[in-house]
Write a protein that binds this ligand. Structure first.
Ligand code: ARG
Length: 588
C-alpha cells in the first residue's frame, strides 16, 4: 500500500504539474502548526526562484487545481506562499480502513528481500548475564524483529565469547581443585564422562576467582595462558572439558535469554571459526597485507583522511595466539560463506567502536567479504543508574540480570496489588510481563547510541512515555472489546467509519503512518521510531476515549465503527509491541 504521506503528496504534485510547474515541488509534510492545519506544502516558496514568480502566485495557481481534490477539505494559501491543507474525513478513514484489513497494515512485500546477519548478545560463557547484557539483547532483538517484519531474511547470532583466556583460566583452576579428573591426564585415551564435572553455580564462582588470581599471580597467569594455547591447538582433554563448560553455560544462558523473550537463530561462538584462521592468515601474508611488527602479525588499516591515528589491526599476537580481531575477521569469512548476506549488523557497546573500525577496514582491504556486503556497527550507550554511573548493585558489584528483573517485577507487583483485585498468581505473572515492558520500552525509547539513566520510578510509572502506560492503554482497549463481545457483539466484519470528532480523526491520522514508520525504523535500524509511533498513537487513542461514549453509544452502527477502530488500533499496537519484544497482559 502506498504510504499515506505519498498519497497526499501525489495530489499536490499533480496540481503543481497541471499548473505548469515541476512535480518535485509538491512534497507535503505534516504541519508544524497543527493549530492552523493538518498538512502543509512549502513548494511554492522553493519554486519561486526557478519560475521568477512571487511564491504566493505559484501557490494560488496550484490551489486552483486542488479545489475539487478527493483528499482535501481545505486548501488555504497563506503569505508568503504556504499551502495549508486539511484532509477530508472520509479520505483519512478509508485509507486506515484499508490498512487495517491489509496484510501487515499496508507494509508492502519487498521485491528483493535482503539477507541480514545480526550479531547481538555477545555474552562470554561461564559468566552469568548481568545488566551490561541487557542493551545488546533488547536492541538487537528489536532490530531483528523490525527487519523481519519489513520482509527480510534475518539471522540472529549470539556470537559467544568462548575461545579466549577465560577458558584457560577455568581449566587451570579446575586442575587445582580436581586434579584427578581424566581431562588432565595426558596419557588417558578412553572416553570422557558425559556428565560435566561442575554445575553452573560452581562455574560462575570459579571463573571470577581464577581471573582475579591471574591479575595477582604471574605464575598462575602463565599456566592459564598455556592452557588457553593448548586448548586452541587441540589438546584432547581440554577440548572435552571446554565442551562441558560450553554446554553448561549455554543451557543457562538460553534460560535467561528466554526470560527476556530474546531468541537467537544461531548459537555460534568465537570458537566456531578457529579452523578458518590458518588459511585466512596465510592469504593475508601471501597477498602482502600482513607483516610482522614487534613480534605480532598486523595489517595496516589507517587511511589518509583519518583525523586520528588508527593503530594497525593485530591478526596474531606475539605468542601466535588468535585474539578478538582474529575471531571477528574469521567470522566474517564464515558468515559470507554460509549466508552470502547483504549486510552484517553488529549491536555492541559503542566503546568497542575502534575495534570494529579496524576489523571492517581490514576485512575490506584483505577482501574477506564481497564489496557489496554492508558491515554495520551499531554502538549502544551505557545504561546508567540515577547517580549517572553504570548500573551497579548497592555495594558497587556487577548486578545480575535475574536480580535486576526481579527487582522491577517486585515493584510492579506492589503497584498492581495497590490498585487492584487481581488474584495473587495472576498478579505475579502480570508483574513479570509489565516489568519486561518497562525495561525494554525504557531502553528502546532512547536512541541506541545515547547513554541513558534507568530510573526505576519513572520507567515503572503508568503515566508518561513508559512501557506500563502503553500496556495500560492496550489493556483498556482489550477490556472494552471484551465487554462488547460479552454483550453479544462480534469482532468480525467490522469496518472503520468516517470520523465524528477531531479526536477520532487525529487517531486515524496517527494510525495512517504505520507503514511509513516501519520503513524508517528498518532503514535507520531505529526501534525508537516504533516507540514514538506507539506513544503518539496511545495518546491519540486516550484523548479519543475520554471524549467519546463508546459502549453506551445508542446508534448500533456507529458503535460498531468505534469498535472497528479500537480493534484496528489494538492490533496495530500489538504488532508494534511485538517488534519491541514485549506483550500486553489480558488485565492489569
Ligand atoms: N563477547 C564480546 C564482549 O563481551 C562481545 C561480542 C560482540 N560481537 C562481536 N562480533 N565482537 O565484549
Amino acid at each position: 500500500m502506498n504510504k499515506f504521506i505519498d498519497v497526499i503528496s501525489k495530489e499536490v504534485k499533480d496540481a503543481f504539474e497541471k499548473a505548469g510547474y515541476s512535480r518535485d515541488y509538491g512534497k507535503v509534510t505534516i504541519s508544524n502548526r497543527p493549530d492552523l492545519c493538518e498538512y502543509q506544502c512549502n513548494g511554492a516558496l522553493a519554486g519561486a526562484k526557478e519560475y521568477h514568480k512571487p511564491p504566493i502566485q505559484i501557490a494560488n495557481d496550484v490551489a486552483g487545481f486542488l479545489a475539487d481534490s478527493a483528499a482535501f477539505s481545505k486548501v488555504e494559501v497563506v503569505n508568503p506562499g504556504f499551502l495549508n491543507l486539511n484532509l477530508k474525513d472520509e479520505f483519512v478513514s478509508s485509507y486506515v480502513a484499508e490498512a487495517v484489513s491489509s496484510d501487515k497494515f499496508g507494509v508492502d512485500k519487498v521485491d528483493n528481500p535482503e539477507t541480514i546477519v545480526i550479531d547481538y548478545g555477545g555474552p562470554n560463557v561461564a559468566k552469568p548475564l548481568h545488566v551490561g547484557h541487557l542493551r545488546p539483547a533488547i536492541i538487537g532483538e528489536s532490530i531483528k524483529r523490525i527487519a523481519k517484519y519489513a520482509g527480510h531474511n534475518v539471522i540472529g547470532d549470539v556470537h559467544l565469547g568462548d575461545w579466549g583466556l577465560p577458558m584457560g583460566q577455568i581449566i587451570t583452576e579446575l586442575q587445582v581443585r580436581k586434579p584427578d579428573l581424566p581431562y588432565f591426564d595426558e596419557s588417558y585415551t578412553g572416553e570422557y564422562p558425559e556428565e560435566p564435572p561442575f554445575t553452573i553455580s560452581e562455574l560462575e564462582e570459579i571463573y571470577p576467582y581464577a581471573s582475579g588470581l591471574c591479575k595477582k599471580d604471574e605464575e598462575y597467569k602463565a599456566k592459564a595462558l598455556a592452557a588457553t594455547a593448548q586448548l586452541q591447538s587441540g589438546r584432547r582433554g581440554y577440548r572435552a572439558l571446554w565442551k562441558h563448560i560450553l554446554n553448561v553455560s549455554v543451557n543457562d544462558l538460553k534460560k535467561n535469554y528466554e526470560k527476556l523473550d530474546v531468541h537467537f537463530e544461531l548459537w555460534k561462538g568465537e570458537s566456531d571459526v578457529d579452523g578458518l584462521i590458518p588459511d585466512m592468515v596465510k592469504k593475508m601474508k601471501e597477498e602482502g597485507h600482513a607483516y610482522m611488527s614487534d613480534g605480532a602479525l598486523v595489517v595496516d588499516v589507517k587511511e589518509e583522511t583519518d583525523k586520528k591515528e588508527l593503530p594497525p589491526c593485530i591478526i596474531l599476537k606475539s605468542d601466535g595466539a588468535a585474539n578478538y580481531e582474529t575471531t571477528d575477521l574469521a567470522t566474517i569469512i564464515q558468515r559470507e560463506k554460509e549466508f552470502n548476506p547483504n549486510s552484517i549488523i553488529y549491536v555492541v557497546d559503542k566503546r568497542q567502536e575502534l575495534h570494529f573500525v579496524q576489523v571492517f577496514r581490514c576485512a575490506r582491504k584483505t577482501g574477506l567479504c564481497k564489496e557489496s556486503t554492508g558491515l554495520e556497527f551499531i554502538g549502544f550507550g551505557t545504561m546508567n543508574g540515577k547517580d549517572g554511573h553504570a548500573f551497579k548493585t548497592r555495594d558497587g558489584g556487577v548486578l545480575r540480570l535475574e536480580y535486576f528483573l526481579k527487582e522491577i517485577s517486585d515493584k510492579m507487583y506492589e503497584k498492581i496489588m495497590e490498585n487492584k483485585q487481581l488474584p495473587e498468581e495472576e498478579a505475579k505473572q502480570t508483574a513479570d510481563i509489565i516489568a519486561l515492558a518497562a525495561v525494554k520500552y525504557g531502553d528502546l525509547s532512547n536512541q541506541a547510541s545515547k547513554d541513558y539513566i534507568f530510573d526505576i520510578d519513572r520507567f515503572t510509572s503508568f503515566e508518561g512515555d513508559t512501557g506500563p502506560y502503553i500496556l495500560y492503554t492496550m489493556v483498556r482497549i482489550k477490556s472494552i472489546l471484551a465487554k462488547y463481545v460479552e454483550a453479544g457483539g462480534s469482532l468480525d466484519d467490522l469496518k472503520i467509519g468516517t470520523p465524528r470528532s477531531g479526536y477520532e480523526k487525529t487517531l486515524l491520522m496517527k494510525m495512517a503512518g504505520f507503514n511509513q514508520m516501519i520503513e524508517e525504523a528498518f532503514k535507520e535500524r531505529a526501534p525508537h521510531k516504533v516507540c514514538s509511533f506507539i506513544y503518539d498513537t496511545a495518546n491519540a487513542f486516550n484523548s479519543f476515549y475520554h471524549e467519546t461514549k463508546i459502549l453506551s453509544e445508542a446508534d448500533e452502527e456507529v458503535k460498531k465503527q468505534y469498535i472497528a477502530l479500537l480493534k484496528g488500533c489494538l492490533d496495530m499496537l500489538t504488532a508494534c509491541t511485538d517488534l519491541l519484544g514485549f506483550k500486553a497482559p489480558e488485565r492489569m
